[in-house]
Design a protein around this ligand. Structure first.
Ligand SMILES: C[S@@+](CC[C@H](N)C(=O)[O-])C[C@H]1O[C@@H](n2cnc3c(N)ncnc32)[C@H](O)[C@@H]1O
Length: 240
């Protein structure tokens, strides 16, 4: 089930983490959290945080922690943010001795749980770690309603590292997308090729919303703007 980020972690930041996308996205997340009652200096857990691309935009505003399933991605995050606490954990069964005022799962990372059953399990783990009136903001990895096959093309050009990226995104099964990465890496006067496929669950809007309500979270907003890639479902743990 686990998508291996070992190789990609070595160049993830150079290829994917762009200030022009992460800064406004994090600013919008902060605005949405504030709108729904999360004060500054609240405890925020960034779920599936990867290398921590969003974290520098949160640390001035919240007490931030991160959680991810990949040791390799977390290693990068820990080096960049030695003062931030990072947990190794799986969205579908994590159990921490801490709870939080807010959580955010960004850039469609929730799709890596693959199945609706796992989505529902993840929401229950999230709800279990939220304080009363705590908030979770989840960006869906596309939805059944919006998905289209596509090929992504992009490049990174740094003095020490050049990357040409193509990714083929296709429906493999009715609710499962296969993303095949074709990455050409130019480093130390050599060009190498990395190919890897990952599977991502495609859930309907109703499945996202009902996974939240099934976990005891009230859907307080479905954000459909473009500042947060993929939009966002925002759920609140309403006190019983
Ligand atoms: C595409 S990366 C996005 C990372 C980060 N959210 C960002 O926006 O840069 C997806 C991340 O999800 C993590 N991941 C995948 N499945 C997971 C799971 N079941 N539990 C926790 N993290 C998971 C991967 O290790 C990876 O770091």
């Amino acid at each position: 089930m686990y998508s291996d980020f070992k190789t990609i972690s070595t160049y993830y930041d150079a290829l994917y983490v762009k200030d022009r996308e992460y800064a406004p996205e994090a600013a919008k997340v902060r605005e949405l959290l504030t709108r729904h009652g999360i004060p500054s200096q609240a405890d925020l857990l960034v779920l599936a945080c990867g290398t921590g691309g969003h974290i520098p935009y949160f640390t001035d505003h919240y007490r931030v922690s991160g959680l991810d399933l990949s040791e390799d991605m977390l290693d990068r995050a820990r080096k960049k943010f030695p003062d931030v606490k990072f947990y190794l954990g799986n969205l579908i069964d994590f159990q921490l001795e801490a709870d939080f005022d807010a959580m955010a799962c960004l850039y469609g990372s929730i799709g890596f749980v693959r199945t609706v059953g796992n989505l529902r399990a993840a929401m229950k783990r999230i709800a279990a770690h939220l304080r009363p009136n705590g908030l979770v903001l989840i960006t869906p990895w596309s939805t059944v309603e919006e998905f289209q096959d596509l090929i992504v093309v992009d490049a990174a050009d740094r003095p020490d590292l050049k990357i040409a990226r193509m990714e083929q995104v296709r429906l493999k099964e009715p609710k499962l997308v296969e993303v095949t990465f074709h990455h050409l890496l130019g480093k130390d006067n050599e060009v190498t090729y990395h190919k890897q496929s990952m599977e991502i669950g495609l859930f309907s809007r109703e499945e996202y919303a009902s996974a939240m309500t099934g976990a005891g979270l009230k859907v307080v907003e479905e954000y459909t703007g473009t500042d947060v890639r993929g939009g966002a479902y925002i759920g609140k743990r309403v006190p019983e």
